[in-house]
Design a protein around this ligand. Structure first.
Ligand code: PLP
Length: 430
Protein backbone atom coordinates (compact mmCIF):
# COMPACT_ATOMS: atom_id res chain seq x y z
CA UNK A 1 0.00 0.00 0.00
CA UNK A 2 1.33 3.47 -0.84
CA UNK A 3 1.93 5.96 2.00
CA UNK A 4 -0.92 8.04 0.66
CA UNK A 5 -3.49 5.28 0.62
CA UNK A 6 -2.30 4.16 4.07
CA UNK A 7 -2.97 7.65 5.44
CA UNK A 8 -6.30 7.82 3.61
CA UNK A 9 -7.33 4.56 5.26
CA UNK A 10 -6.47 5.88 8.70
CA UNK A 11 -3.22 3.98 9.15
CA UNK A 12 -0.59 5.77 11.23
CA UNK A 13 2.26 7.01 9.02
CA UNK A 14 5.33 5.04 9.88
CA UNK A 15 8.03 7.49 8.74
CA UNK A 16 10.13 9.33 11.30
CA UNK A 17 10.31 13.11 11.41
CA UNK A 18 13.66 13.34 9.54
CA UNK A 19 12.35 11.03 6.83
CA UNK A 20 9.20 13.12 6.35
CA UNK A 21 11.19 16.38 6.39
CA UNK A 22 13.61 15.15 3.74
CA UNK A 23 10.67 14.31 1.50
CA UNK A 24 8.98 17.65 2.31
CA UNK A 25 12.07 19.55 1.15
CA UNK A 26 12.12 17.68 -2.16
CA UNK A 27 8.55 18.54 -3.15
CA UNK A 28 7.54 21.94 -1.75
CA UNK A 29 8.40 25.45 -2.82
CA UNK A 30 10.52 26.86 -0.03
CA UNK A 31 8.13 29.75 0.69
CA UNK A 32 7.88 29.05 4.43
CA UNK A 33 11.37 28.12 5.44
CA UNK A 34 12.12 24.59 6.56
CA UNK A 35 9.75 23.12 9.16
CA UNK A 36 11.22 21.24 12.11
CA UNK A 37 8.24 19.07 13.07
CA UNK A 38 5.71 16.89 11.26
CA UNK A 39 2.38 16.82 13.05
CA UNK A 40 0.17 13.79 12.59
CA UNK A 41 -2.67 14.05 15.11
CA UNK A 42 -4.47 16.43 17.43
CA UNK A 43 -6.98 16.35 20.26
CA UNK A 44 -8.31 19.50 21.88
CA UNK A 45 -5.40 21.84 22.51
CA UNK A 46 -2.82 19.04 22.07
CA UNK A 47 -1.03 17.82 18.95
CA UNK A 48 1.40 14.94 18.36
CA UNK A 49 4.29 14.72 15.95
CA UNK A 50 5.44 11.83 13.77
CA UNK A 51 7.71 10.60 16.56
CA UNK A 52 4.91 10.56 19.12
CA UNK A 53 5.96 13.72 20.99
CA UNK A 54 3.08 15.78 22.39
CA UNK A 55 2.83 19.59 22.22
CA UNK A 56 0.43 22.11 23.72
CA UNK A 57 -0.79 24.03 20.68
CA UNK A 58 -0.72 27.68 21.71
CA UNK A 59 -0.91 28.86 18.11
CA UNK A 60 -3.96 26.93 16.78
CA UNK A 61 -2.74 26.83 13.18
CA UNK A 62 -2.13 30.59 13.47
CA UNK A 63 -5.27 31.75 15.26
CA UNK A 64 -7.51 29.29 13.45
CA UNK A 65 -8.62 26.05 15.14
CA UNK A 66 -10.96 27.74 17.62
CA UNK A 67 -12.49 24.47 18.87
CA UNK A 68 -9.13 22.74 19.17
CA UNK A 69 -8.33 19.64 17.17
CA UNK A 70 -10.77 16.85 16.28
CA UNK A 71 -13.72 18.47 18.06
CA UNK A 72 -16.52 15.86 17.84
CA UNK A 73 -19.17 18.38 16.72
CA UNK A 74 -16.98 19.65 13.90
CA UNK A 75 -15.97 16.14 12.86
CA UNK A 76 -19.62 15.02 12.84
CA UNK A 77 -20.85 18.06 10.91
CA UNK A 78 -18.17 17.85 8.24
CA UNK A 79 -18.35 14.07 7.89
CA UNK A 80 -22.10 14.01 7.56
CA UNK A 81 -22.12 16.94 5.12
CA UNK A 82 -19.47 15.30 2.95
CA UNK A 83 -21.51 12.11 2.96
CA UNK A 84 -24.57 14.10 1.85
CA UNK A 85 -23.42 16.89 -0.49
CA UNK A 86 -19.83 18.06 -0.45
CA UNK A 87 -19.60 20.63 -3.21
CA UNK A 88 -21.84 22.11 -5.84
CA UNK A 89 -21.25 25.63 -7.20
CA UNK A 90 -22.48 29.13 -6.71
CA UNK A 91 -24.79 28.67 -9.70
CA UNK A 92 -27.11 27.07 -7.15
CA UNK A 93 -27.91 27.71 -3.50
CA UNK A 94 -27.47 25.34 -0.55
CA UNK A 95 -29.17 25.43 2.84
CA UNK A 96 -25.90 25.54 4.81
CA UNK A 97 -24.66 28.61 2.96
CA UNK A 98 -27.95 30.44 3.63
CA UNK A 99 -28.08 29.43 7.31
CA UNK A 100 -24.44 30.43 7.77
CA UNK A 101 -24.92 33.85 6.17
CA UNK A 102 -27.94 34.47 8.42
CA UNK A 103 -26.04 33.41 11.53
CA UNK A 104 -23.01 35.48 10.65
CA UNK A 105 -25.00 38.63 9.98
CA UNK A 106 -26.69 38.06 13.33
CA UNK A 107 -23.62 37.46 15.53
CA UNK A 108 -21.76 40.26 13.79
CA UNK A 109 -24.63 42.64 14.53
CA UNK A 110 -25.11 43.56 10.86
CA UNK A 111 -28.31 45.52 10.24
CA UNK A 112 -30.80 45.68 7.39
CA UNK A 113 -29.23 45.65 3.94
CA UNK A 114 -26.07 43.87 5.06
CA UNK A 115 -24.89 40.91 2.99
CA UNK A 116 -22.20 38.19 2.95
CA UNK A 117 -19.78 37.03 0.26
CA UNK A 118 -18.12 33.70 1.01
CA UNK A 119 -14.62 32.84 -0.15
CA UNK A 120 -11.80 30.57 1.02
CA UNK A 121 -9.21 32.60 2.90
CA UNK A 122 -8.39 35.88 4.56
CA UNK A 123 -6.55 37.19 1.53
CA UNK A 124 -9.59 36.51 -0.64
CA UNK A 125 -11.90 38.20 1.86
CA UNK A 126 -9.66 41.26 1.65
CA UNK A 127 -9.53 41.08 -2.15
CA UNK A 128 -13.31 41.30 -1.99
CA UNK A 129 -13.09 44.36 0.24
CA UNK A 130 -10.52 45.87 -2.12
CA UNK A 131 -12.86 45.38 -5.10
CA UNK A 132 -15.75 46.89 -3.13
CA UNK A 133 -13.51 49.90 -2.39
CA UNK A 134 -12.55 50.25 -6.07
CA UNK A 135 -16.23 50.28 -7.00
CA UNK A 136 -16.68 53.57 -5.16
CA UNK A 137 -14.76 55.08 -8.08
CA UNK A 138 -12.30 56.79 -5.75
CA UNK A 139 -8.57 56.19 -6.29
CA UNK A 140 -6.97 56.12 -2.83
CA UNK A 141 -7.08 53.52 -0.05
CA UNK A 142 -5.51 54.14 3.33
CA UNK A 143 -4.19 51.26 5.41
CA UNK A 144 -2.01 51.11 8.51
CA UNK A 145 1.69 50.68 9.09
CA UNK A 146 2.18 47.26 10.62
CA UNK A 147 -1.00 46.02 8.95
CA UNK A 148 -1.14 42.56 7.37
CA UNK A 149 -3.96 41.58 5.02
CA UNK A 150 -2.66 38.61 3.03
CA UNK A 151 -0.33 37.64 0.18
CA UNK A 152 -2.44 37.94 -2.98
CA UNK A 153 -1.68 41.07 -4.98
CA UNK A 154 -4.54 43.25 -3.73
CA UNK A 155 -4.20 42.08 -0.13
CA UNK A 156 -0.45 42.56 -0.43
CA UNK A 157 -0.97 46.13 -1.61
CA UNK A 158 -2.86 46.72 1.66
CA UNK A 159 -0.13 44.97 3.67
CA UNK A 160 2.60 47.25 4.97
CA UNK A 161 5.69 45.08 5.36
CA UNK A 162 8.19 46.12 2.72
CA UNK A 163 9.96 42.77 2.42
CA UNK A 164 6.66 41.08 1.53
CA UNK A 165 5.82 43.78 -1.05
CA UNK A 166 9.05 44.63 -2.86
CA UNK A 167 9.59 41.36 -4.79
CA UNK A 168 6.13 41.68 -6.34
CA UNK A 169 5.94 45.31 -7.34
CA UNK A 170 4.18 46.91 -9.09
CA UNK A 171 1.26 46.18 -6.78
CA UNK A 172 -2.25 47.51 -7.40
CA UNK A 173 -1.96 51.28 -7.11
CA UNK A 174 -3.45 53.78 -4.72
CA UNK A 175 -2.71 52.32 -1.29
CA UNK A 176 -0.98 54.50 1.32
CA UNK A 177 0.00 53.60 4.87
CA UNK A 178 -0.35 55.77 7.95
CA UNK A 179 0.94 55.10 11.49
CA UNK A 180 -1.45 52.74 13.30
CA UNK A 181 -3.37 54.37 16.13
CA UNK A 182 -2.55 57.95 15.11
CA UNK A 183 -5.82 59.82 14.54
CA UNK A 184 -4.11 63.02 13.37
CA UNK A 185 -2.14 61.11 10.72
CA UNK A 186 -5.32 59.48 9.45
CA UNK A 187 -7.08 62.84 9.40
CA UNK A 188 -4.17 64.38 7.44
CA UNK A 189 -4.13 61.54 4.92
CA UNK A 190 -7.88 61.82 4.38
CA UNK A 191 -7.63 65.58 3.76
CA UNK A 192 -4.45 65.55 1.70
CA UNK A 193 -5.89 65.63 -1.83
CA UNK A 194 -9.21 67.33 -1.24
CA UNK A 195 -12.42 65.95 0.15
CA UNK A 196 -13.53 63.03 -2.02
CA UNK A 197 -10.67 60.87 -3.25
CA UNK A 198 -10.34 58.17 -0.58
CA UNK A 199 -12.34 55.01 -1.22
CA UNK A 200 -11.64 53.20 2.05
CA UNK A 201 -9.66 53.04 5.24
CA UNK A 202 -8.61 49.46 6.03
CA UNK A 203 -7.64 48.58 9.59
CA UNK A 204 -7.24 45.60 11.91
CA UNK A 205 -8.72 46.22 15.38
CA UNK A 206 -5.81 44.16 16.68
CA UNK A 207 -2.88 43.88 14.29
CA UNK A 208 -1.97 40.20 14.43
CA UNK A 209 1.02 39.63 12.18
CA UNK A 210 2.28 43.15 12.90
CA UNK A 211 3.05 42.08 16.47
CA UNK A 212 -0.34 41.91 18.27
CA UNK A 213 -0.86 45.66 18.47
CA UNK A 214 -4.23 46.66 19.86
CA UNK A 215 -5.82 49.80 18.41
CA UNK A 216 -5.70 52.46 21.15
CA UNK A 217 -9.09 53.06 22.83
CA UNK A 218 -11.12 55.46 20.70
CA UNK A 219 -8.99 55.03 17.56
CA UNK A 220 -11.54 52.96 15.64
CA UNK A 221 -14.35 55.31 16.69
CA UNK A 222 -12.31 58.27 15.45
CA UNK A 223 -11.57 56.40 12.21
CA UNK A 224 -15.28 55.72 11.82
CA UNK A 225 -16.18 59.40 12.32
CA UNK A 226 -13.49 60.55 9.90
CA UNK A 227 -14.42 58.03 7.20
CA UNK A 228 -18.07 59.01 7.55
CA UNK A 229 -17.17 62.72 7.26
CA UNK A 230 -15.24 61.98 4.08
CA UNK A 231 -17.91 59.63 2.69
CA UNK A 232 -15.48 56.72 2.47
CA UNK A 233 -15.68 53.14 3.66
CA UNK A 234 -14.31 51.78 6.91
CA UNK A 235 -13.11 48.23 6.28
CA UNK A 236 -12.15 46.20 9.36
CA UNK A 237 -9.99 43.15 8.80
CA UNK A 238 -11.04 40.73 11.53
CA UNK A 239 -9.51 37.70 9.85
CA UNK A 240 -7.30 37.09 12.89
CA UNK A 241 -9.10 39.01 15.63
CA UNK A 242 -12.65 37.86 14.84
CA UNK A 243 -14.86 34.92 15.82
CA UNK A 244 -14.51 35.24 19.58
CA UNK A 245 -10.75 35.22 19.85
CA UNK A 246 -10.40 38.56 21.60
CA UNK A 247 -13.30 38.04 24.04
CA UNK A 248 -16.09 39.45 21.88
CA UNK A 249 -17.52 37.91 18.70
CA UNK A 250 -15.65 40.53 16.71
CA UNK A 251 -12.87 42.55 18.27
CA UNK A 252 -14.35 45.85 17.13
CA UNK A 253 -17.56 45.12 19.07
CA UNK A 254 -15.73 45.62 22.40
CA UNK A 255 -16.90 48.83 24.10
CA UNK A 256 -13.47 50.49 23.95
CA UNK A 257 -13.25 49.95 20.18
CA UNK A 258 -16.57 50.64 18.44
CA UNK A 259 -18.99 48.86 20.79
CA UNK A 260 -19.88 51.80 23.03
CA UNK A 261 -20.25 54.18 20.07
CA UNK A 262 -22.35 51.65 18.10
CA UNK A 263 -24.67 51.20 21.10
CA UNK A 264 -25.50 54.91 20.95
CA UNK A 265 -25.41 55.30 17.17
CA UNK A 266 -25.74 52.24 14.90
CA UNK A 267 -24.26 54.36 12.10
CA UNK A 268 -20.90 53.92 13.86
CA UNK A 269 -20.75 50.32 12.57
CA UNK A 270 -18.08 49.56 9.97
CA UNK A 271 -18.96 49.27 6.26
CA UNK A 272 -17.14 46.01 5.55
CA UNK A 273 -15.70 43.34 7.85
CA UNK A 274 -13.53 40.50 6.59
CA UNK A 275 -13.28 37.10 8.28
CA UNK A 276 -11.49 33.78 7.73
CA UNK A 277 -9.08 31.75 9.92
CA UNK A 278 -11.27 30.66 12.87
CA UNK A 279 -14.54 30.93 10.96
CA UNK A 280 -14.45 27.29 9.84
CA UNK A 281 -12.68 25.99 12.92
CA UNK A 282 -9.80 24.86 10.67
CA UNK A 283 -11.75 24.15 7.49
CA UNK A 284 -10.90 26.83 4.91
CA UNK A 285 -13.56 29.51 4.56
CA UNK A 286 -13.49 33.30 4.42
CA UNK A 287 -16.18 35.94 4.30
CA UNK A 288 -16.62 39.60 3.51
CA UNK A 289 -19.59 41.21 5.25
CA UNK A 290 -21.16 44.42 4.03
CA UNK A 291 -23.11 46.47 6.57
CA UNK A 292 -25.61 48.49 4.50
CA UNK A 293 -27.65 48.23 1.31
CA UNK A 294 -25.58 51.01 -0.23
CA UNK A 295 -22.30 49.16 0.31
CA UNK A 296 -23.85 45.79 -0.60
CA UNK A 297 -24.85 47.27 -3.97
CA UNK A 298 -21.27 48.17 -4.89
CA UNK A 299 -20.57 44.67 -6.24
CA UNK A 300 -22.95 43.81 -9.04
CA UNK A 301 -23.70 40.41 -10.66
CA UNK A 302 -20.67 39.11 -12.51
CA UNK A 303 -18.18 41.40 -10.76
CA UNK A 304 -16.83 38.85 -8.27
CA UNK A 305 -16.94 35.14 -7.65
CA UNK A 306 -15.13 31.97 -6.59
CA UNK A 307 -15.70 28.27 -7.14
CA UNK A 308 -15.50 27.04 -3.58
CA UNK A 309 -16.79 30.05 -1.61
CA UNK A 310 -19.29 28.93 1.03
CA UNK A 311 -19.57 25.40 -0.35
CA UNK A 312 -21.64 22.90 1.67
CA UNK A 313 -18.61 21.40 3.41
CA UNK A 314 -17.12 24.73 4.50
CA UNK A 315 -20.53 26.09 5.49
CA UNK A 316 -21.22 23.02 7.63
CA UNK A 317 -17.86 23.46 9.34
CA UNK A 318 -18.50 27.13 10.05
CA UNK A 319 -22.03 26.49 11.32
CA UNK A 320 -20.76 23.79 13.67
CA UNK A 321 -17.98 26.11 14.84
CA UNK A 322 -20.45 28.92 15.54
CA UNK A 323 -22.79 26.48 17.33
CA UNK A 324 -20.08 25.21 19.67
CA UNK A 325 -18.71 28.69 20.36
CA UNK A 326 -22.20 29.84 21.34
CA UNK A 327 -23.25 26.70 23.24
CA UNK A 328 -20.02 26.43 25.23
CA UNK A 329 -19.70 30.17 25.93
CA UNK A 330 -16.28 30.24 24.27
CA UNK A 331 -16.34 33.99 23.59
CA UNK A 332 -16.51 34.78 27.31
CA UNK A 333 -14.14 31.89 28.01
CA UNK A 334 -11.55 33.40 25.64
CA UNK A 335 -11.80 36.66 27.57
CA UNK A 336 -11.48 34.89 30.97
CA UNK A 337 -8.63 32.54 30.09
CA UNK A 338 -6.89 35.34 28.20
CA UNK A 339 -6.99 37.60 31.28
CA UNK A 340 -5.79 34.71 33.46
CA UNK A 341 -2.94 33.89 31.07
CA UNK A 342 -1.83 37.53 30.89
CA UNK A 343 -1.89 37.96 34.69
CA UNK A 344 -0.10 34.67 35.25
CA UNK A 345 2.69 35.59 32.80
CA UNK A 346 3.10 39.03 34.36
CA UNK A 347 2.93 37.37 37.79
CA UNK A 348 6.15 35.46 37.13
CA UNK A 349 7.96 38.80 37.35
CA UNK A 350 10.70 37.54 35.05
CA UNK A 351 13.32 40.06 33.95
CA UNK A 352 13.23 38.61 30.44
CA UNK A 353 9.57 39.63 30.04
CA UNK A 354 8.73 43.28 29.45
CA UNK A 355 4.97 42.86 29.29
CA UNK A 356 2.01 41.25 27.59
CA UNK A 357 -0.11 42.94 24.95
CA UNK A 358 -3.24 41.88 23.10
CA UNK A 359 -6.82 40.99 23.95
CA UNK A 360 -8.50 37.74 24.96
CA UNK A 361 -6.60 34.81 23.49
CA UNK A 362 -4.64 36.89 20.99
CA UNK A 363 -1.61 37.83 23.07
CA UNK A 364 2.05 38.72 22.62
CA UNK A 365 4.59 38.13 25.35
CA UNK A 366 6.96 41.05 24.93
CA UNK A 367 10.56 40.11 25.67
CA UNK A 368 13.31 42.31 27.05
CA UNK A 369 15.62 41.29 24.19
CA UNK A 370 15.07 40.47 20.49
CA UNK A 371 15.30 36.73 21.12
CA UNK A 372 11.80 35.65 20.14
CA UNK A 373 12.92 33.23 17.42
CA UNK A 374 15.10 31.34 19.92
CA UNK A 375 12.36 31.39 22.57
CA UNK A 376 9.94 29.86 20.04
CA UNK A 377 12.46 27.15 19.14
CA UNK A 378 13.17 26.30 22.78
CA UNK A 379 9.43 26.35 23.57
CA UNK A 380 8.88 23.79 20.80
CA UNK A 381 11.63 21.59 22.24
CA UNK A 382 9.83 21.95 25.60
CA UNK A 383 6.46 20.86 24.15
CA UNK A 384 4.76 24.19 23.35
CA UNK A 385 3.85 25.61 19.94
CA UNK A 386 4.15 29.41 19.88
CA UNK A 387 5.60 31.75 17.27
CA UNK A 388 7.89 34.74 17.07
CA UNK A 389 5.53 37.41 15.79
CA UNK A 390 8.30 40.04 15.91
CA UNK A 391 11.95 39.91 16.95
CA UNK A 392 11.01 40.65 20.56
CA UNK A 393 7.54 39.13 20.92
CA UNK A 394 6.06 35.66 21.15
CA UNK A 395 2.49 35.25 19.94
CA UNK A 396 -0.04 33.12 21.81
CA UNK A 397 -3.22 32.46 19.83
CA UNK A 398 -4.42 29.12 21.21
CA UNK A 399 -7.71 27.34 20.58
CA UNK A 400 -10.54 29.04 22.47
CA UNK A 401 -11.07 25.75 24.34
CA UNK A 402 -7.75 26.20 26.16
CA UNK A 403 -8.28 25.58 29.87
CA UNK A 404 -6.80 27.54 32.75
CA UNK A 405 -4.78 24.45 33.69
CA UNK A 406 -3.32 24.27 30.18
CA UNK A 407 -2.51 27.99 30.33
CA UNK A 408 -0.83 27.44 33.71
CA UNK A 409 1.13 24.51 32.30
CA UNK A 410 2.76 26.94 29.83
CA UNK A 411 3.30 29.68 32.41
CA UNK A 412 4.99 27.21 34.75
CA UNK A 413 7.37 26.17 31.97
CA UNK A 414 8.11 29.73 30.81
CA UNK A 415 10.98 30.57 33.21
CA UNK A 416 12.80 27.40 32.17
CA UNK A 417 12.18 28.19 28.47
CA UNK A 418 13.67 31.67 29.00
CA UNK A 419 16.65 30.27 30.94
CA UNK A 420 17.36 27.73 28.21
CA UNK A 421 17.03 30.48 25.62
CA UNK A 422 19.72 32.49 27.40
CA UNK A 423 21.95 29.39 27.65
CA UNK A 424 21.45 28.61 23.96
CA UNK A 425 22.32 32.14 22.88
CA UNK A 426 25.36 32.26 25.18
CA UNK A 427 26.61 28.94 23.83
CA UNK A 428 26.17 30.28 20.27
CA UNK A 429 28.20 33.41 21.14
CA UNK A 430 31.17 31.54 22.65
N1 PLP B 1 -5.76 39.41 7.40
C1 PLP B 1 -5.21 39.20 8.60
C2 PLP B 1 -5.46 40.17 9.70
C3 PLP B 1 -4.41 38.09 8.81
O1 PLP B 1 -3.84 37.89 10.01
C4 PLP B 1 -4.19 37.19 7.75
C5 PLP B 1 -3.31 36.02 7.92
O2 PLP B 1 -2.51 35.94 8.80
C6 PLP B 1 -4.79 37.46 6.52
C7 PLP B 1 -5.58 38.56 6.39
C8 PLP B 1 -4.58 36.52 5.36
O3 PLP B 1 -5.33 35.37 5.58
P1 PLP B 1 -5.01 34.05 4.72
O4 PLP B 1 -3.67 33.58 5.15
O5 PLP B 1 -6.13 33.12 5.08
O6 PLP B 1 -5.04 34.45 3.30
Amino acid sequence: MSDVSAVAQGATPTLTTPEWLARHARVHLATYGPPSRVLVRGQGAWVWDADGTRYLDLLAGIATTLLGHAHPALVAAVSSQLATLGHVSNLVATPGQILLAERLLDVCGVGEGGRVFFCNSGAEANETAFKIARRTGRPRIIAAEGGFHGRTMGALALTHKQSYRTPFEPLPAGVEHVPFGDVAALDDALRRNGPDDVAAVVLEPVQGEGGVNVAPPGYLAAARRLTRDHGCLLVLDEVQSGMGRTGSWLAHQAPHHLGAAMAVDPMMAPDVVTLAKGLGGGVPIGAALTYSAEVSALLQPGQHGTTFGGNPLAAAAALATLDVIAADGLVAHAGDVGRHLRQAILGIGHSGIRGVRGEGLLLAVVLAEPVAATVARVALESGFIVNAVSPDAIRLAPPLVLTRDQADHFVTALPDILRRTTDTLERART
